[in-house]
Write a protein that binds this ligand. Structure first.
Ligand SMILES: [Zn+2]
Length: 258
């Protein structure tokens, strides 16, 4: 029995089964397709309904991935039992494929940042939040990229923290964390869920030195750090030292529509 799993870049060059909500067939059958990288459209799966073997080499449907539906990667043995080839012949139309895992390797935001021998590992700037609040500096740690967290305005990546930070207390080796390829930042930047939730509601002025347009804490937390007694009445515009350059370089943070 294959364990159910989310279908993302880790499924590259594997057969997957997806429970499509409105498949273009009437039979109550899942979609089975082969996951490949389309140079224009990105990660995709081609196939058809499970019960029709002709869809293996003449796919009836293309699904763009990742997709928010239940799905799983078929194990090698299961694929063999179902008569699915290791690689369908149509794959050659899509040009050379990357190794079986890791579409993030070809992401223009991350390209060139990976370790040459370990193609899924890169260094991420991790932190406990704004040093002014936490008293902790940022640290550079190795992260093994495992995927992308879709549904954000800009790409958000997910990875496993490989090295133990020296002084940080909110992130530990082995944990899954999110990071972004921040404008102006030499390294990808660790972001929290709370930060991502708030980010679209604020304008963060570029650091005059490096151009960074991100902060470490969610802006509402930064406002509370600066004006602890004001609560909701805290000013909607304030300044912060750049997370990358430190003092005296400052960014102007302003709530949108504030
Ligand atoms: Zn800066």
């Amino acid at each position: 029995m294959t364990k159910p799993t989310s279908v993302d870049g880790a499924a590259l060059l594997r057969w997957v089964e997806l429970q499509l909500p409105e498949p273009p067939w009437t039979e109550a059958e899942p979609f089975v397709g082969f996951v490949y990288l389309d140079p224009q459209a990105g990660l995709s799966a081609k196939g058809g309904r499970t019960g029709d073997q002709t869809h293996i080499e003449r796919p009836a449907l293309t699904v763009r991935l990742p997709i928010g539906v239940p799905g799983r990667v078929l194990g090698e043995e299961e694929a063999l039992t179902r008569g699915l080839p290791t690689t369908p012949a149509w794959l050659s139309f899509y040009g050379p494929q990357p190794p079986a895992h890791g579409p993030w390797r070809v992401d223009p935001h991350l390209r060139g940042k990976f370790h040459p021998q370990y193609p899924d590992d890169l260094q991420v700037l991790v932190h406990d939040g704004e040093p002014r609040r936490t008293g902790k500096r940022t640290e550079l740690c190795w992260v093994r990229v495992t995927g992308e967290d879709r549904g954000h305005a800009t790409p958000v990546y997910v990875g496993e923290l490989l090295s133990q930070p020296h002084a940080l207390v909110t992130v530990k080796a082995g944990e899954r964390l999110r990071f972004i390829a921040a404008t102006g930042c030499r390294y990808p930047l660790y972001v929290t869920e709370a930060y991502l939730d708030e980010r679209a509601g604020w304008d963060i002025g570029a650091c005059p030195s490096c151009g960074l347009t991100e902060t470490l804490d969610p802006p509402s937390v930064m406002a509370a750090t600066r004006f602890p007694d004001l609560g909701e009445a805290a000013p909607v515009t304030f300044t912060a030292h750049c997370a990358q350059c430190g003092p005296p370089h400052a960014q102007v943070v302003q709530r949108r529509g504030g």
